[in-house]
Design a protein. Structure first.
Length: 66
């Protein structure tokens, strides 16, 4: 694997985690990882706008943790 991969450890009982994507100029996206149904997780991807508000751009339901 590439050295550019960042592994985030999660447990099935974790609360919401937010992964913030940044450049030197600031944040441009958030990825929320939250518990979902059937022992899975749900991803919500948000674009961070110039006024620091967030706009939902993608919802990924029920990814199974193996």
């Amino acid at each position: 694997m590439s050295d550019d991969v960042l592994n985030i450890e999660m447990n099935r009982d974790d609360e919401v985690k937010i992964l913030r994507l940044r450049t030197n100029e600031g944040s441009f996206a958030d990825i929320e990882v939250r518990p979902g149904p059937d022992e899975g997780v749900v991803l919500m991807i948000y674009q961070i706008l110039e006024d620091k508000s967030r706009k939902a751009v993608k919802w990924v339901p029920n990814l199974q943790m193996i």
